[in-house]
Ligand binder design. Structure first.
Ligand SMILES: Nc1ncnc2c1ncn2[C@@H]1O[C@H](COP(=O)(O)OP(=O)(O)O)[C@@H](O)[C@H]1O
Ligand SMILES: [Mg+2]
Length: 383
């Protein structure tokens, strides 16, 4: 997928803009608070149908105005040109049209423009708590496998219900209990455990499968960005003793772990084991990157993870995603910045923001520079 141009009106401080993009590399330069992230946000709106920064869409409309519009012209990898329009009136909902025809709902637009965005906070992916890495695995797997998404949803629902039951039992434990109630509670727990074990095994299998595709892609990308830094290795970390491997065995193992943990869960009032506690281990050579890696390496690993996600989505959906990188070039040394740029230009259409043109260094390569000043966009050639 290639974004050919964007026409924007009243989108945050971008009052009126008409830009033709480079099919390879777009370097977006401007001082602080000039509108660089706003431009990425506008482009990313076409992936999700909403902002990646806020859930309150009214905030997107320029101060003092009543509506905004965005029009994107694109070219699919199969060579078909198309236009997408988004509109929003103050107090209303975002509406979407494709090739001039109004779409019934925003969900129709999701996935039409696959994109990957990396902002400074995303370094958390490699250095932060496990929840971010679970979300990464789940999001990637869900993009390419509908059965995984259904297992994940049912797992989460059953987990929520089991936790409600545990909380209730916690309260009841303080009162005098009827033995009949005890038996009925046990039967209810048995039922939730069976559901959790079955769907949980599906979740673990889906995450493992997606990691087997993401891991070699991430290793290759990382090696290009940081040659000689060691091999990047990703592996699934199961929080319970998982048995011999394979879905039936994970189901039995999870079922046993839930039963073993029942007393403890009842005291705590929530489920303390299962795929919702699992993690992805990231190693660089022989060491655990999260514990022993430098900040720079963690940042590159997180970028590699995001790009590997793009790669896997692209392979399975045969549509190349657009890559958006917000404010990371200024944090890379110039040799690394050049390698990242080379890697991007060779594979994706990318949009990279930076406060200074000099952050681009002396790297060779085509593309364009887009200057952003107080919401006004102007295009130059040297990039
Ligand atoms: N709804 C809005 N209307 C007008 N200006 C806005 C709106 N929302 C944000 N801004 C302005 O956009 C600017 C921030 O743009 P941003 O793209 O985040 O900057 P940066 O170039 O640092 O990435 C600020 O000056 C802010 O006041
Ligand atoms: Mg910004």
């Amino acid at each position: 997928m290639i974004v050919k141009s964007l026409h924007a009106g009243n989108f945050r401080n971008i009052r009126s803009a008409d830009v033709e993009f480079s099919e390879t590399f777009n370097f977006i330069v401007g001082g602080n608070a000039q509108g660089k992230t706003n431009l990425l946000e506008a482009l990313h709106m076409f992936s999700l149908g909403r902002s990646f920064r806020t859930r309150r869409s009214d905030e997107l409309i320029a101060f003092g105005e009543d509506f905004l519009f965005l029009k994107l012209r694109g070219l699919s990898d199969s060579g078909v040109g198309f236009t997408l329009d988004l509109g929003l009136e103050r107090g209303g909902r975002v509406t979407a049209s494709a090739n001039g025809g109004r779409l019934p709902g925003l969900s129709e637009i999701i996935g039409m423009i696959p994109s990957v965005i990396f902002a400074p906070g995303d370094v958390e992916l490699s250095s932060g708590p496990p929840a971010g890495r679970r979300l990464y695995m789940d999001y990637t797997a869900a993009q390419v496998s509908p059965p995984f998404l259904s297992d994940l949803k049912e797992y989460r629902r059953a987990l929520g219900q089991r936790n409600v039951l545990l909380k209730r039992m916690q309260g009841e434990a303080r009162e005098r209990r009827d033995p009949e109630d005890g038996r009925s509670r046990r039967a209810q727990l048995d039922a939730w455990d069976a559901m959790l074990a079955e769907k949980g095994a599906g979740v673990v299998a889906g995450r493992r499968e997606i990691l087997s595709a993401v891991a070699p892609a991430a290793r290759g990308i990382f090696a290009e960005m940081a040659p000689g830094a060691g091999d990047l290795g990703l592996s699934y970390h199961c929080s319970f003793d998982e048995g011999e491997g394979g879905r039936p065995s994970v189901r039995e193992a999870l079922s046993a772990a839930l039963l073993r943990g029942r007393e403890a869960d009842r005291r705590k009032g929530f489920t303390g084991t299962g795929p919702h506690c699992d993690d992805m281990t990231i190693r660089l050579g022989d060491v655990d990157l999260r514990r022993f890696g430098s900040q720079g390496r963690k940042r590159l690993a997180a970028i590699a993870l995001k790009l590997a996600q793009a790669e896997v989505i692209m392979e399975r959906r045969s549509e190349r995603p657009v890559v958006l990188l917000d404010d990371i070039f200024s944090e890379l040394d110039s040799a690394t910045a050049c390698r990242v740029r080379g890697l991007l230009s060779g594979r994706y259409q990318s949009f990279v923001t930076s406060p200074k043109l000099s952050d681009l260094g002396e790297c060779p390569g085509g593309g364009i520079v887009i200057k952003v000043e107080n919401g006004a966009l102007s295009t130059g050639v040297r990039a």
